[in-house]
Design a protein around this ligand. Structure first.
Ligand SMILES: NC(=O)c1ccc[n+]([C@@H]2O[C@H](COP(=O)([O-])OP(=O)(O)OC[C@H]3O[C@@H](n4cnc5c(N)ncnc54)[C@H](O)[C@@H]3O)[C@@H](O)[C@H]2O)c1
Length: 250
């Protein structure tokens, strides 16, 4: 894809994997819409993109709410132009034993991850179909492949497995419109998400010690996969799951 004046929309762009993806895509020449539920984070990262020399806007969104997604994408179109790339990274996490999982907790996980990915992909798909070109990159998790690798993640695993299926289905419909859709299934990446999920650091240390590549991932490890999936090298790659995970799932 040519990069001049093309627009990348990054949800959850205010932190972690989304932020790293926004900055990487900016370095590749894209204008960036940084969308996040946290207004301060969205504006801060948009300012970082602008400081790196690209057009950017930071907008508040709740990806789980249809009107919020619709209005925010309209704002992106008027400020920067239609989306040619979507990175759908907004997410939440907590560890809850299965027999204590509430309907509200389960539904919130599905709403943010699965409904949110659906709503943002649908908006971006419309923009991309009109341009006969586009790249959709969703962020699932290695948890969608390995059941979470331990207890407490049934709601998260169900939501992430849904994202894998959704992305594959979008790939079928996107082809006729010049759109590819792929999902990245990261292993453990050192971001505020895992630090705030309620497990002590020693929990992650034990997991890392067993990895073939024995370290936590960095947000840049995932941004590298995003960069590949939007590049010309990935023009024939669609409906795929790429899992940078240090060997956590082989
Ligand atoms: N960190 C990991 O180990 C890991 C592993 C696999 C997958 N993931 C996935 O990667 C994605 C990014 O996670 P991260 O680790 O960068 O976390 P992060 O907490 O650093 O970033 C997530 C961002 O999403 C935003 N967000 C949360 N709810 C939102 C909503 N309803 N609408 C809009 N924005 C919302 C948050 O404000 C935050 O800025 C998530 O989907 C997560 O599930 C993370």
């Amino acid at each position: 894809m040519g990069t001049n004046e093309r627009v990348a929309v990054v949800t959850g762009g205010g932190s972690g994997i989304g932020r790293a993806s926004a900055l990487r895509l900016a370095s590749m020449g894209y204008a960036i819409a940084v969308l996040d539920i946290d207004p301060g984070r969205a504006t801060t990262v948009a300012a970082e993109v602008q400081a790196a020399g690209q057009r950017a806007c930071g907008l508040t969104i709740d990806v789980a709410i249809e009107d919020s997604v619709r209005l925010t994408f309209e704002e992106v179109r008027s400020r920067l132009g239609p989306a040619s790339i979507l990175v759908s990274s907004a997410g939440i996490a907590d560890f809850t034993p299965f027999d204590q999982m509430t309907v509200a907790g389960f539904d919130r996980m599905i709403a943010v991850h699965l409904r949110g990915t659906f709503l943002c992909c649908r908006e971006a798909f419309t923009d991309m179909a009109a341009q006969h070109s586009g790249r959709i990159v969703t962020i699932a998790s290695v948890a969608a492949l390995n059941g979470g690798g331990g207890p407490g993640l049934a709601h998260y695993v169900a939501a992430k497995a849904g994202i894998v299926g959704l992305t594959k289905a979008i790939a079928f419909e996107g082809g006729a419109h010049g759109i590819t859709a792929n999902t990245i299934a990261p292993g453990l990446v050192d971001t505020p998400l895992i630090r705030g999920a309620g497990s002590p650091d020693s929990f992650y240390d034990r997991i890392v010690a067993r990895l073939p590549v024995p370290r936590l991932g960095t947000p840049d490890d995932i941004a590298g996969a995003v960069a590949y999936l939007v590049s010309d090298d990935a023009a024939w790659v669609t409906g795929q799951v790429i899992s940078p995970n240090g060997g956590a799932w082989i």
